[in-house]
Write a protein that binds this ligand. Structure first.
Ligand SMILES: [Fe+2]
Length: 487
């Protein structure tokens, strides 16, 4: 039975959708450019059944994948649940069986398996393409492979046994110059472990290298960056231990006394030469880009000076205060004996932790960064969930890191934007010349729209109107016909 009536946050636009759909030749306002040929793939959180515990976070919700296939100026939509082991078990039981976010001890006894926590993944975070294969990822377990056209779930993947970590990051990075992909798993050898396994895939998708690292304390290591020489994996603030999990608490608490840290692994070398560098108390979720400069790694990222997770309580009992992300630059001096990083703020405009660039510039200095943000000068008519993180993110912005300029696009008075993607106009176009595409919740008309902007001008080119709501999107990607075998 699916009774969501006691779930106060799951009402109106933010209620679960619980259906799968195809829409052939979607309604469009404006004209879709004919040179847009490929697919916009998005992953959403969509509870099929109410959570076992009403105060669990949306991070535990079922994964739901959608595709918008563009060709010849038109677009077709498809949406499907990710049929994880968890989803199928819960569907068979007709109720939720899995408990708190990444706490297998809180699961129903019929599925409880703390020795294999990765099996409880809902694969709900990021669509990822590696060597022409599509995966739905989440950092708590192995990725699920999907058919990129039908969106049928093909199953969990360990890359022919070469992937030894129990977990797989939601944010692998592909080097656009070498074609290699880098990925990692933390809590790699089991629940709360300090082991981080780092992998290299060649351009054919074969794992060619594994480096095993140990970090100072177990924390959320959600994203990574690469330079031409190094892999950088940041984290900090969140803490966990088996005791808190035995007590039935969510996986993470927040410890304001813990430093942030940056695991740095050379792309070549023995694997024993990894290092850990330290910063101040920081909430770090996503990265933006990194590159080598002199003897330093330069890492740009949105980061906040304290906790940004209201549902991960402070382990010292401090009340939650929402900290805002701003775009900052971290300098890691890999040639120094010092293990301290240096940080500067690039823009003091509060942004979400979701940032995108022209990904052809991964490993090299980039000029433009795209974000979604709340423009409080603009009217806002929508009703948001009662959550300190909920902001009227009504606009997309483009930072120019060279001229330090900021240009924005306002999506509408009752509109909340989700993470966008940048799509180059063609393979040889200049950085930032192309389209910005993003999902927009229309809170007034209870429907999802997808806007396509000219990324140079930040002006609207076309808007796709879906005849229903999608549940909130986490991450989305663009894949061309060269990257995925699209029909
Ligand atoms: Fe993410």
């Amino acid at each position: 039975m699916a009774d969501f009536s006691s779930m106060g946050q799951m009402t109106g636009y933010f209620a679960p959708t619980r259906f799968e759909a195809d829409v052939y030749d979607c309604e469009v306002v404006g004209r879709i450019p004919h040179d847009l040929s490929g697919v916009f793939i998005r992953l959403h959180h969509d509870w099929f059944y109410p959570p076992l515990f009403p105060d669990d976070t949306a991070l535990s919700a079922d994964g739901y994948i959608t595709s918008l296939r563009f060709r010849n100026g038109s677009v077709d939509y498809r949406g499907r649940y990710i049929r994880t082991e968890r989803y199928e078990q819960q569907r068979a039981a007709r109720r939720s069986l899995y408990g708190y976010y990444r706490n297998p001890f809180s699961d129903d006894p019929s599925v409880r398996d703390p020795d294999h926590p990765g099996r409880r993944t809902s694969a709900n975070t990021t669509p990822v393409v590696i060597a022409g294969r599509l995966f739905a990822t989440k950092e708590e377990g192995l990725p699920y492979e999907l058919d990129p056209n039908s969106l049928e779930t093909l199953g969990a993947v360990d890359f022919d046994g070469a992937w030894k970590s129990q977990t797989f990051t939601a944010h692998p990075k592909r080097d656009p110059f070498t074609g290699e992909t880098f990925a990692f798993g933390y809590e790699a050898s089991g629940l709360t472990s300090k082991d981080v396994f780092v992998y290299t895939f060649d351009r054919q998708g074969k794992i060619t290298r594994e480096v095993r690292c140990e970090v100072p304390y177990t924390t959320m290591m959600h994203d990574m960056s690469i330079t031409a020489k190094y892999i950088v994996i940041p984290g900090g603030g969140c803490v966990t231990d088996l005791n808190r999990l035995y007590l039935g608490k969510p996986h993470w608490g927040w410890d304001s006394t813990k430093p942030s840290y940056f695991l740095v692994v050379p792309r070549d070398g023995s694997g024993a030469d990894y290092r850990v560098f330290y910063g101040a108390e920081r909430s770090i979720v996503h990265t933006l880009n990194a590159y080598d400069e002199g003897g330093e790694i330069v890492l740009d990222l949105p980061t906040a000076s304290g906790n940004t997770w209201p549902f991960f309580e402070d382990v010292h009992g401090k009340p939650f205060v929402m900290h805002q992300n701003t775009i900052r630059r971290v300098h890691i001096d890999v040639e120094s004996a010092s293990s301290e990083v240096r940080e500067e703020e690039l823009f003091n405009i509060p942004v979400t932790s979701f940032t995108r660039i022209d990904e052809r510039y991964f490993t090299r200095p980039n000029r433009y960064t795209f974000v979604q943000f709340a423009d409080r000068e603009k009217p806002f008519q929508g009703r948001l969930p009662d959550d300190p993180r909920a902001q009227p993110n009504n606009s997309y912005g483009r930072f120019d890191l060279i001229e330090r300029k900021f240009v924005s696009f306002f999506a509408g008075e009752a509109h909340v934007v989700q993470e966008p993607v940048f799509i180059p106009r063609n393979e040889t176009s200049q950085e930032g010349d192309g389209y910005l595409m993003g999902t927009v919740h229309n809170l007034a008309d209870l429907r999802t729209e997808v806007v396509i902007l000219d990324a140079s001008e930040m002006t609207e080119v076309a808007r796709i109107i879906l005849p229903f709501r999608n549940s909130p999107q986490i991450h989305g990607i663009w894949a061309s016909e060269q990257e995925l075998p699209l029909l």
